[in-house]
Design a protein. Structure first.
Ligand SMILES: Cc1cc2nc3c(=O)[nH]c(=O)nc-3n(C[C@H](O)[C@H](O)[C@H](O)COP(=O)(O)OP(=O)(O)OC[C@H]3O[C@@H](n4cnc5c(N)ncnc54)[C@H](O)[C@@H]3O)c2cc1C
Length: 276
């Protein structure tokens, strides 16, 4: 996922006419890629990262045990580390961004809120993004995952593989339809079928109760038993309030601009940095 490959002549890295002091808010895939290419162009870059570098890429690598994500995150961290990029592990707001010539917003994606009801005595509910390898390993089954997007399906496959009884419920009639990525639609259904994960489409989840998950199927209410519920109902760009009101960033990249995959975030950052 190196955006330079094949683009060496189409998008050469040129030194910027006027080097700037650039703040990059967010140290995920997009933030790291932008920092690398902006630095190579001669800009002086500071990355503000609320947590350790890596963002969603690192979390996905850990939780889904995905070596591709782990390696990609480690590679980008290495490339940032070997350049004169100033990395500050702080949550940036208007105060931190004073004095920069330019601000790149790479604050990523936030989980979409669950619109159903969660009863007071409901079984434990966890948002997919909040999972850690430890909490995932300690989940009590049966597990119901709400949402059969990429993350819901992958969590369902992982838990099934570990012997935890898992059902993934999807409101629509298609899995992983969220981003409509063609290769997902071509290859994933076969991999998912082979994994044996129980995915039920046409289940519009309305509530989490003490018994599990309540869903409406063909107009009829049904309960799917669960000891734990994972919410994986999608993401939306996570744009901090100040970015819309106080200091408008010059450039918005990655998930903060448009919901998408790691590939999209990296390429978005690359093209934005090359033209800045
Ligand atoms: C569990 C999970 C599984 C995934 N699976 C896949 C997959 O299989 N395939 C795929 O292509 N993509 C997958 N993704 C999505 C992929 O990780 C995202 O597309 C990509 O991480 C977006 O990159 P980004 O840099 O825009 O945002 P992020 O990676 O979200 O990084 C943004 C960072 O900015 C930080 N931040 C926010 N506000 C501030 C602030 N004010 N100051 C400082 N820091 C701030 C956040 O804490 C975060 O670390 C997955 C994501 C998750 C969470």
């Amino acid at each position: 996922m190196n955006p330079h490959v094949g683009n060496e002549y189409t998008f050469p890295v040129t030194i910027a006419a006027a080097p700037k002091r650039v703040a990059v808010v967010g140290g995920g895939a997009a933030g790291m890629r932008a920092a690398i290419d902006l630095t190579d162009r001669g800009h002086h870059v500071t990355v503000f990262s609320a947590g350790p570098l890596g963002g969603g890429l690192r979390r996905a690598g850990e939780v889904l045990e995905d070596p591709n994500f782990q390696e990609l995150s480690a590679h980008l961290q290495h490339e940032v580390g070997r350049r004169a990029v100033d990395v500050k592990q702080v949550t940036a707001g208007p105060e931190e961004l004073e004095g920069y010539d330019s601000v790149f917003l790479a604050s990523g994606l936030a989980p979409r809120p669950f619109t159903g009801r969660v009863a007071d005595d409901a079984v434990p509910v966890v948002v997919a993004d909040d999972l850690t390898p430890e909490t995932l390993a300690g989940l009590e089954g049966p597990v119901v995952v709400v949402g059969a997007g990429l993350i819901g399906v992958r969590l369902g496959m992982l838990l099934t593989d570990r012997g935890v009884a898992t059902t993934v419920l999807e409101r629509g009639g298609r899995i992983m339809s969220d981003d409509d990525v063609i290769y997902d639609q071509l290859f994933f259904p076969e991999i998912v079928a082979e994994s044996g994960v129980d995915i039920r489409q046409g289940h519009d989840v309305s509530a989490v109760t003490a018994e599990g998950v309540r869903a409406v199927v063909d107009g009829v209410e049904t309960t799917v038993p669960a000891a734990t519920v994972i919410l994986a109902v999608g993401h939306e760009p996570d744009v901090p309030e100040w970015a819309a009101s106080t200091r408008v960033p010059d450039v918005v990249i990655g998930g903060a601009r448009k919901r998408g995959r790691a590939f999209d975030a990296i390429h978005d950052a690359f093209y934005s940095a090359l033209t800045h």
